[in-house]
Design a protein around this ligand. Structure first.
Ligand SMILES: Nc1ncnc2c1ncn2[C@@H]1O[C@H](COP(=O)(O)OP(=O)(O)O)[C@@H](O)[C@H]1O
Ligand SMILES: [Mg+2]
Length: 638
């Protein structure tokens, strides 16, 4: 019940169509009873040999009520489906918006597939619960009770027979349907297993042949295949049983009513018209009784799905704007960075220990060190991808936790080590950070929340019209997002220039508008890195962070990019992580990390003069250059 409470705000917002829908359902319950009554009356008139003119009006009334009932059913179905679709729409939007607030710590432990299942299957189940489910919960018991009351009104004995036998239909459907669902899940699981197995087999067919494992593979496949058919046959048995069993129950009830009631007609205890009326009611009850069983399982599944969605919605980001700490900005971030005794651990694994350094605004810092020494972790702290356990980080003298996340990230151009390009034209990839620039007044505020589902985009659904006749698919709501101003176009051009992409663009079929990824050209590692650099610099950030972003770019181009960057970054702070000392030797200061500690620091000249680890690294690099091998190989030689 607790989970259901989370839906209340959504239901409350759509109460009007919901109430209209329920009224439609109740109207249907009553309207449906009238034709049977009228028919009973007509039959009584006919058996009493009344003239046709007496009987005919009844026929017209029957037609009229059938039409009225049709309208009631339409109103009910339309309204309830409308509400369920809109709530699904809102939940999906809120779920997505919530996912955007969660941080790396959440995503590290969750499978994408699992999240996708919640956003698709579970959301569907919730919609089914809200649509046919809510509908059925109200209308099926109402239909049952009202119809039964009318039946009792005709004849007590016959009514009792129905009261005892018809609920069995609901029970049988509910139990068998539940069993079938579980069986079906197993069938699907085994089918997935079978397809994975055959796919792997086909991919590795050469290895299998080389090892002479064909027979073993055939046996393994046969076993999985046999299990699949067995599971399927159980399902076939269950689904084969369901409808005949229901038919049998309904048929038996009708037969008993016919035998008992038929006798009563013969002995004139009830009229033939009433008896026909009773039988029509009985026939009308069949479907609602089945629907009740279906409704029960829809609600059961819907609640389970709601629980799974709720579980994610309950998660709070660890990193958020804490209103008690925030200090409003007095001026734009200029980019001075200071680390004071910063210590970071991931699940008790120490990654950075007592790291302190100071980068004046407008200067450059280079970070070098072996793989796993903590370089990426260090720069992750600046954009608050993670927060350190100990120590403090300041930007322009402000603690970073006092800076609104949005202001902080707006000031940073970050090229992560594992950068990501979207399957869109190259221009859109470069413009990625600009897409939302014009809406900077209404930025996302990431705060901790107590409520589970907090409807966010709720107002949007209320602005939708009640009826949709058609949808214009050419109407692309994303176009406005993609439109760039003249100034932004200029910046993209400059960014592409600085990242030395122009020459590559000349070779692409549509220049900067060329599609990238699966539906377009495949970029080389270096081209990808340079696109990511262009993306970061078009944002004109106060702080530019390049995490090993030149590793696949040749040394010559790398130094061209860096000298170009020095031009644009004159007033800016830059932090450059690199494997090659050649890339970073012009930096204002260099720190060398080893197992999360700063072991050496200074300018290139100072560090070379020191004759320590940095010098050794540099020598290896120079030697490698001479021998034209990788530095690691050179380490073995020297
Ligand atoms: N998200 C994470 N969760 C747990 N451990 C991590 C995570 N990121 C990095 N590490 C670990 O922290 C250490 C430092 O990693 P990293 O900062 O990526 O080093 P570098 O960039 O110098 O190669 C490594 O031992 C790595 O395995
Ligand atoms: Mg790294």
């Amino acid at each position: 019940m607790h989970t259901l409470a989370t839906l209340l705000p959504y239901l409350r917002r759509h109460r009007l169509p919901l109430i209209v829908g329920v009224l439609g359902a109740l109207a249907d319950t009553f309207l449906r009873l009238v034709p049977a009554y009228l028919l009973g009356q007509a039959i009584n008139l006919i058996t009493a040999n009344q003239p046709q003119s007496e009987v005919l009006p009844y026929i017209w009334w029957i037609g009229l009520f059938a039409v009225l009932d049709g309208i009631a059913v339409f109103v009910q179905r339309y309204m309830v489906s409308l509400v369920s679709r809109r709530i699904e729409y809102e939940l999906r939007g809120d779920f997505f918006a919530h996912l955007q607030t969660l941080d790396s710590a959440f995503y590290k432990n969750l499978h994408t597939g699992d999240l996708m299942a919640r956003a698709t299957n579970d959301l569907n189940q919730i919609r089914m619960m809200l649509g046919p489910g809510v509908n059925g919960i109200i209308s099926t018991p109402a239909t049952f009770l009202v119809t039964l009351a009318f039946m009792f009104g005709i004849n007590l004995k016959l009514g009792l027979i129905v009261l005892v036998l018809m609920p069995l239909v609901t029970v049988v459907f509910y139990l068998l349907n539940g069993r079938m669902r579980r069986q079906y899940t197993e069938v699907q699981g085994q089918f997935a297993e079978l397809s994975t197995r055959s796919q792997e087999n086909l991919n590795s067919i050469r290895v299998i042949k080389a090892y002479g494992q064909e027979q073993a593979e055939i046996k393994r496949f046969a076993a999985a295949n046999a299990l699949y058919i067995k599971l399927n046959l159980v399902y076939v048995l269950l689904s084969g049983l369901l409808w005949p069993l229901l038919g049998m129950l309904l048929g038996a009830t009708t037969a008993i009513v016919l035998v008992v009631g038929g006798g009563d007609v013969v002995t004139h205890q009830i009229s033939l018209g009433q008896f026909v009326q009773f039988n029509l009611y009985l026939a009308q009850l069949g479907w609602p009784m089945i629907a009740m069983g279906w409704t029960l399982s829809l609600v059961q599944q819907g609640l389970a799905s709601l629980g799974r969605l709720d579980e994610v919605m309950r998660r709070q980001p660890h990193i958020y704007d804490d209103p008690t700490r925030l200090q409003p900005a007095t001026q734009p971030i200029s980019g001075e960075i200071e680390f004071k005794d910063v210590t970071l651990t991931y699940d008790n694994l120490p990654v950075l220990a007592n790291v302190s350094f100071h980068v004046p605004a407008g200067s450059s810092l280079a970070v070098v060190g072996a793989t796993g020494s903590g370089k990426s972790s260090l720069v992750n702290l600046i954009a608050r991808v993670y927060d350190p356990q100990e120590g403090t980080i300041y930007i322009d003298g402000r603690e970073i936790s006092a800076i609104p996340l949005d202001e902080l990230r707006q000031a940073i151009g970050y090229v992560p080590q594992d950068n990501f390009l979207f399957s869109v034209p190259l221009r859109d990839n470069v413009a990625f950070g600009l897409l939302d620039e014009h809406s900077s007044q209404q930025r996302v505020v990431v705060t901790a929340r107590n409520s589970t589902f907090l409807p966010r985009n709720s107002s949007a659904a209320n602005h939708l019209p009640l009826f949709h006749w058609n949808v214009n698919l050419d109407d692309d709501p994303l176009r406005a997002l993609r439109e760039l101003s003249e100034d932004q176009r200029q910046r993209i051009g400059d960014g592409v220039e600085v990242a030395r992409l122009s020459k590559d663009l000349e070779q692409f079929p549509q220049g900067i508008d060329t599609m990238i990824g699966e539906r377009g050209v495949t970029l080389s590692g270096g081209q990808k890195q340079r696109t990511a650099i262009a993306r970061a610099i078009v944002r004109d950030p106060a702080i530019l962070i390049l995490d090993d972003s030149l590793s696949s770019v040749d040394t010559g181009t790398a130094s061209e990019i860096l000298s170009g960057l020095r031009e644009v970054m004159k007033q800016r702070t830059s932090i450059i992580i690199a494997q090659r000392i050649a890339t970073v030797q012009n930096a204002d200061q260099i720190i060398l990390l080893e197992d999360g500690r700063i072991v050496e620091r200074g300018t290139h000249m100072e560090l070379v003069a020191l004759g320590g680890r940095y010098t050794a690294m540099y020598r290896r690099e120079l030697l490698a250059q001479e021998l034209d091998v990788e530095p690691e190989v050179a380490a073995g030689i020297s």
